[in-house]
Design a protein around this ligand. Structure first.
Ligand code: DOR
Length: 434
């Protein structure tokens, strides 16, 4: 196991509120010492002067597409995208084929993550068998498997039946697991193509009203509150949802929430281009919503950034708007988008931005020591970022098998240069080490 000394970096450790230059010594996969002017004792020295050293990022919402949709992505290519984006832990969603509704599938995905070895993979189990919305998945079977599943979601399919959702929340409390429900009232969105509003009228596309999200979030908050159960709201996209979560948190409801980089950065005026890479569910919303999401991430109403990294092969994504599937890549651009658009605009301070990629998601489910302190005894899951990097997003140059980035051609600032998983480099000098 490599022994390393990360020398002279700006160590950003939100778990301790630490932001200052320090050296980090790594041995046997752990951080063994953090301090000023540590001298090398035979270790390899990594010059981090002028660079940021942060805990490895944690993504609660990733689509690795394996098993079943390996034409879009697989555990290896998605893990490479994660390492390139500074992530050391990914939580792949259950909408695979077969669905992740059994210990066999969860363990297979988890084990593929270990074999690839670029990030730790913590599968999300489905709430219902086959994502069909009726019969609950055996949460206990997945929880007690080697994959230790403690988060359940039917991903893009909402659990529409309130009784099924109530039973899911109740069942999950037995394991202190969290239910993550795609917040969309399907009756309100049957033909939807984009956010309902001025832009959908201008473009003549059927709208996805913000109420469809808020009605479902309100229902789920009421159910979770009644049971004392844990609810996680994925990809919050509307100002109204922010209000609901804020009020619920103030009342002590056990709710957490995530927001995607694309909902923090892009609004529905962009869809005038009809670029299918901008089609996503929930859809890009208005500038008012974007402002509310940014404020909620800053004040902690929204706990974390999650990518909803959703690769699609070009032959499916590169179609007319109406026919293109929903979803965008996110892993390799997530942190840079948040720094460029939020930290750069003064909406978020840097340490809080790092917190929303680390301690924030790590507080939602058990991710085995990722996203925690940079301190002696902690696993050396770290990312080192060049704050001065300026790069132009090019879908063809990304690690992901797909190239459906909504940020094509955007110039972003900051980029991870090294990522370490338990002290082993997975990204070194900007190159993924397979
Ligand atoms: O845009 C999306 N894509 N939203 C979802 O909820 C599912 C995801 C996918 O699997 O492609």
């Amino acid at each position: 196991m490599a022994e390393l000394l990360l020398k002279g970096g700006r160590v950003l450790d939100p778990s301790r509120g630490h932001d200052g230059v320090a050296d980090v010594r790594i041995a046997d996969g752990d951080v063994v010492e953090v301090g000023a002017d540590l001298s090398a004792d035979g270790e390899e020295v990594v010059d981090c002067a002028g660079l940021w050293v942060a805990p490895g990022f944690v993504d609660l919402h990733t689509h690795l597409r394996e098993p079943g949709f390996e034409d879009a992505e697989d555990v290896a290519t998605g893990s490479a995208a994660g390492a390139a984006g500074g992530f050391t832990a990914l939580c792949p969603m259950a909408n695979t084929d077969p669905v992740c509704d059994s210990a066999a599938v969860a363990e297979m995905v988890w084990r593929r993550g270990r074999e690839v070895g670029l990030v730790d993979v913590f599968p999300v189990g489905s709430v219902t068998r086959g994502l069909e919305g009726h019969e609950l998945t055996e949460f206990g079977e997945l929880h007690h498997s080697a994959a230790h599943v403690d988060m359940f979601s039917d991903d893009g399919k909402p659990v529409a039946d309130a009784l099924v959702m109530r039973r899911a929340l109740q069942y999950a409390t037995a394991f202190d697991a969290v239910i993550c429900n795609h917040a969309e009232d399907p009756d309100l969105t049957s033909d939807a193509q984009m956010n309902e509003g001025v832009m959908s009228s201008v473009l003549g596309l059927p709208g996805w009203p913000h109420e469809a999200e808020e009605i479902m979030v309100a229902r789920d908050l009421i159910l979770a509150a009644g049971l004392g159960a844990r609810l996680h709201v994925p990809h919050v996209s509307t100002a109204g949802t922010v209000e609901l979560i804020r009020a619920a948190k103030a009342k002590g409801v056990r709710v957490t929430a995530e927001v995607t980089p694309h909902h923090l950065s892009l609004d529905d005026t962009r869809i005038a281009s009809y670029d299918p890479n901008l089609k996503v569910n929930p859809p890009l919303r208005t500038t008012v919503d974007v402002e509310a999401l940014r404020a909620a991430l800053a004040d902690g109403t929204i706990d974390c950034v999650a990518t909803d990294h959703a690769p699609h092969p070009p032959e499916q994504k590169d179609q007319e708007w109406e026919h293109a599937p929903c979803g965008m890549l996110g892993l390799e651009t997530a942190f840079a988008v948040v720094v460029t658009d939020l930290v750069g605009a003064g909406v978020l301070d840097l340490l809080t931005a790092v917190a929303r990629f680390t301690v924030g998601p790590a507080g939602v489910r058990d991710v085995g020591g990722h996203g925690g302190a940079i301190a002696a005894g902690a696993p050396a899951n770290l990312t080192v970022i060049d704050p001065d990097a300026r790069w132009t997003v090019d879908g063809f140059a990304l690690q992901s098998r797909a190239r459906n980035t909504p940020f094509e051609g955007r110039e972003l600032t900051t980029r991870p240069v090294h990522t370490f998983l338990r002290g082993r480099p997975t990204l070194r000098d900007g190159k993924v080490l397979l």
